[in-house]
Design a protein around this ligand. Structure first.
Ligand code: ZN
Ligand code: ZN
Length: 413
């Protein structure tokens, strides 16, 4: 299970790990392939614009593309827990946001050098574009807004909220001309109040990102579309009374619920409706899954977001359960000062904090030898917000929940 995290909370190590994996796909050519593994994705995007855009399959097709990319990242790093990071451009919305630093995506292009990106892992000389649109140079270009060639600003939180409120998923005629619906507002074809959403982000980054066909030449494409994918998951969670996808019939070929998606022709939109089934989830879910890792500053929250579980540097590197209505923590893993480290929901069922020397100063003692997941649960009539563990295979509650006194301290054994 891959945990897809907000890029603003990635550690320096996670950023380097991700960009190293992307560079490794660029450097790899599988036997019999004329393109390297990364550029195969650019080519799929370039040659299947109609299958993946301007209609309901926008979300389904990019979900399939992103998941295939994520699986390649996991394969080349031999690590099934790597998840794509997402870029919430409604918050990290400036030219100086940390996403554009030298240690991650690199920054804006240089106006004096035809907008070539000259810093970061994807700088000119270190990242060559092989699948190009006519006239494109060999290097990555960006021309951030408000430069003349770009959108002046990124979509706002209000734009995001307007799209998330839109129902149903899509409406006739299931094209850029559809007058309402979540998909067309989020895709960016309804100017107001959606603010041109997805399209505007491509246009704001400018350069290769603003060239629709080959926009995956800029690795920030994955972070942009990962956030789009998260928005679809969020929309589904907000509108459980709505069909997750529309239509069954009536859209052009490739865009109906049971049409196979080109060029792979393996999956249909109906097959990609649930991220859990596909093997990943987002860091705003209320679950910590087997092999999910939290680094300092990272957290998951309850469905209402009133309760959160953080691995917190400011709480002496402890796990902490917080409530938005109380200034003090509801629960801390220990009262002591722990060394810098990380926290993992291990495959043996144990939730463990490790320091960087791999010593575990704290564990939940739930290493029963089977997969367990942990959930941050909202308050009910019976009890306050709390953490509860469940057996993965059948959802049976494990005798571990905090804080006490409802069930008691973690059992010792
Ligand atoms: Zn696309
Ligand atoms: Zn796009």
């Amino acid at each position: 299970m891959a945990l897809r995290k907000n890029q603003r909370y990635l550690t320096a190590w996670e950023k380097q790990y991700f960009t190293d994996a992307v560079l490794a796909l660029k450097a790899e050519k599988k036997p019999g392939n004329s393109l390297n593994t990364y550029d195969q994705f650019v080519s799929w995007h370039q040659n299947n614009m109609d299958a993946g855009h301007f209609g309901p399959a926008l979300f389904a097709w990019h979900r399939e593309l992103l998941r295939r990319f994520e699986i390649e990242l996991q394969r080349i790093m031999n690590d099934s827990t790597i998840g794509l990071p997402y870029w919430d451009w409604s918050v990290d919305n400036s030219q100086t946001s940390s996403i554009w630093a030298n240690d991650f995506m690199g920054g804006n292009g240089k106006a004096s050098e035809s907008w070539a990106v000259t810093d970061g892992p994807f700088r000119r000389g270190n990242w060559e574009l092989n699948v190009r649109d006519p006239g494109d140079p060999l290097y990555l270009r960006r021309e951030f807004g408000p430069n003349p060639g770009a959108a002046s600003s990124l979509p706002t939180p209000a734009n995001v909220q307007a799209a998330l409120k839109a129902t149903p998923y899509d409406v006739w005629n299931y094209s850029p001309n559809a007058q309402s619906g979540f998909r067309n507002m989020a895709e960016g074809n309804i100017p107001s109040p959606g603010g041109l959403m997805h399209i505007r982000v491509h246009a704001w980054v400018g350069g290769n990102m603003s060239s629709a066909f080959t926009s995956p030449n800029d690795p920030v494409f994955w972070l942009h579309h990962c956030y789009m994918d998260k928005l679809w998951a969020d929309w589904q969670a907000m509108h459980t009374d709505q069909y997750a996808y529309l239509p069954d019939v009536g859209a052009r070929t490739g865009h109906n619920l049971n049409d196979r998606m080109a060029p792979w022709n393996e999956k249909r939109p109906a097959d990609v409706l649930n991220t859990w089934d596909l093997g990943y989830h987002y860091d705003n879910d209320d679950y910590l899954m087997p092999n999910d890792v939290l680094y300092p500053g990272q957290w998951i929250g309850s469905a209402s977001r009133r309760f959160s579980l953080a691995y917190s540097a400011s709480d002496k590197n402890n796990l902490v359960l917080n409530s938005s209505t109380w200034s003090h923590p509801l629960w801390l893993s220990t009262n002591g000062q722990l060394s810098d480290g990380w926290c993992v929901m291990q495959g043996d069922g144990n939730l463990v904090i490790y320091d960087w020397s791999n010593n575990p100063p704290w564990g939940s003692n739930t290493d029963y030898g089977y997969w367990i997941y942990l959930r941050v649960e909202d308050a009910t009539a019976q009890r306050s917000g709390h953490l509860q563990m469940y057996k993965w295979s059948d959802g049976t509650p494990i005798n571990w929940s905090v804080p006490p006194p409802e069930v008691g301290n973690p059992p010792q054994h």
